[in-house]
Write a protein that binds this ligand. Structure first.
Ligand SMILES: *Cc1c(COP(=O)(O)O)cnc(C)c1O
Length: 427
């Protein structure tokens, strides 16, 4: 009898066979930069991409490869490529699609660093981004022009409380022959599987819930393997590649075209490689992903419900609360839960937010999220500081708003810490 293993089985076993050399059950950390070729023909075949194997760890490494296979399995993709950070993954995802004069259309509800990357830094490559409210499907459609090469959004948008209608965006992207790229960092594949909703590429910051305990930075791109890269818009994927003797990636590798291109061109020449030690920590983290995400979500619901009833609090934006306008969409996009990232506002305003942050004891004031530890930050004065006030409000982090990433501690202890800090803040 063969059945497709469940998520809980895949998170432990996908990509991890006993080590062929030693039988080691856990995935070994292959701390090596290079691999001995069998002979000159073997080396030539590897360099020509005629045979798959290991050459040099900037491109591929067995520990990283195990993580790539596990991520592809968990997201239901054809292949995956890991890289050194979530921001690296975004550039790596766009790199084969874009070129000078081309643009992407992006949701305006994004991680603050992504707003900066898309509105400022990518201009140096001659690329540009148009930001739209992805709840306004007519605006999304209108923003796409003949130079658009991708539609980008986050499934559960940082700083939380917002869930994207992935199916609707995928339908628009399909109509225009462009890929939908979904940043699934906040949801993780346990809560949301964007490819099932029509996404072409899924990008992750492994730094967050996937590794899960604030130890490493890493990124990953998963390809659905379903996109027609030969529709005339993506020459880097469909036309002869001069650096590989005229190889055509889409024609040669079919559903693995993006994965091979990302390794053979992206990692080779951009060099944003994930190191095997970081891959090891992430593999360990993913083994318990389902258990952690269930507890993250359950704790977040308890804390959000308590905050919502508190008279010092103005509003709580958490899609896991029945009061959220996105609660219905959650049932369709991420029915197991809305993750543990959300915001709340204080009636007493900006100064009280700053005092609250200074008075927490159990919660940590850090710029990370998706840690076992509960984290708090005042986005307007930190992560979203580079944004104008209008951009801050569009991103859901107005000056009176505090962001929480609820960890795995006992929920009552988290609530008690917030309660005493709210008192001291004079909220
Ligand atoms: C953190 C984060 C990123 C960037 O990831 P890094 O690993 O910090 O580079 C991108 N998108 C989202 C949603 C994030 O939370």
């Amino acid at each position: 009898m063969t059945t497709t293993p469940d998520f809980e089985t895949l998170q432990i076993h996908a990509g991890a066979r006993p080590d062929p050399a030693t039988g080691a059950r856990q995935v070994p950390v292959y701390q090596t930069t290079s691999y001995v070729f069998r002979d000159a023909d073997h080396a030539a075949a590897l360099f020509n991409l005629q045979e798959v194997g290991y050459i040099y760890s900037r491109l591929t490494n067995p520990t990283v490869a195990a993580l790539q296979e596990r991520m592809a399995a968990l997201e239901g993709g054809a292949g995956a490529v890991c890289c050194s950070s979530g921001h690296g993954a975004q550039i790596m995802a766009l790199f084969p699609l874009m070129g000078p004069g081309l643009n992407l259309v992006s949701s305006s509800r994004l991680y603050g660093g992504t707003v900066t990357q898309f509105s400022q830094t990518i201009k140096r490559f001659g690329w540009s981004a148009k930001f739209v409210d992805t709840d306004d499907l007519d605006a999304v459609e209108a923003a796409i022009d003949e130079n658009t090469r991708a539609l980008f959004c986050e499934s559960i948008a940082n700083p939380g409380g917002y869930i994207t209608d992935l199916d609707a965006l995928a339908a628009i992207a399909d109509r225009h022959g462009i890929p939908l790229i979904v940043d699934n960092t906040t949801a993780t594949p346990y809560l949301c599987r964007p490819i099932e909703h029509g996404a072409t590429l899924v990008v992750h910051s492994l730094t967050k819930y996937l590794t899960g305990n604030g130890t490493v930075t890493g990124g990953c791109i998963i390809d659905s393997g379903k996109f027609d890269w030969s529709n005339g818009k993506f020459p880097a994927m469909s036309e002869p590649e001069p650096a590989y003797h005229g190889l055509k990636f889409h024609e040669t590798f079919g559903p693995l075209a993006f994965t091979f291109n990302s390794i053979a061109i992206g990692l080779r020449d951009l060099g944003m490689t994930l190191n095997p030690q970081a891959a090891h920590y992430t593999l360990l983290g993913i083994e318990t992903l389902s258990l952690r995400m269930e507890k993250h979500c359950a704790n977040a619901v308890k804390v959000a419900e308590w905050l919502e009833k508190d008279p010092r609090v103005g509003s709580v934006t958490y899609a896991g609360l029945p009061s959220s306008p996105y609660h219905d969409r959650m049932a369709r996009i991420c029915p197991k839960g809305a993750s543990s990232l959300f915001t709340f506002s204080l009636k007493a305003g900006y100064d009280a937010c700053v005092k609250l942050i200074d008075n927490v004891n159990l919660l940590s004031h850090v710029a990370n999220l998706g840690d076992t530890r509960s984290l708090i930050i005042h986005s307007a004065s930190t992560t979203h500081r580079q944004l104008s006030e209008d951009q801050q409000i569009a991103a859901g982090v107005a000056p009176d708003v505090v962001r929480l990433s609820i960890g795995l501690e006992n929920a009552d202890d988290i609530i008690a810490d917030l309660d005493q800090a709210l008192d001291k803040a004079g909220a």
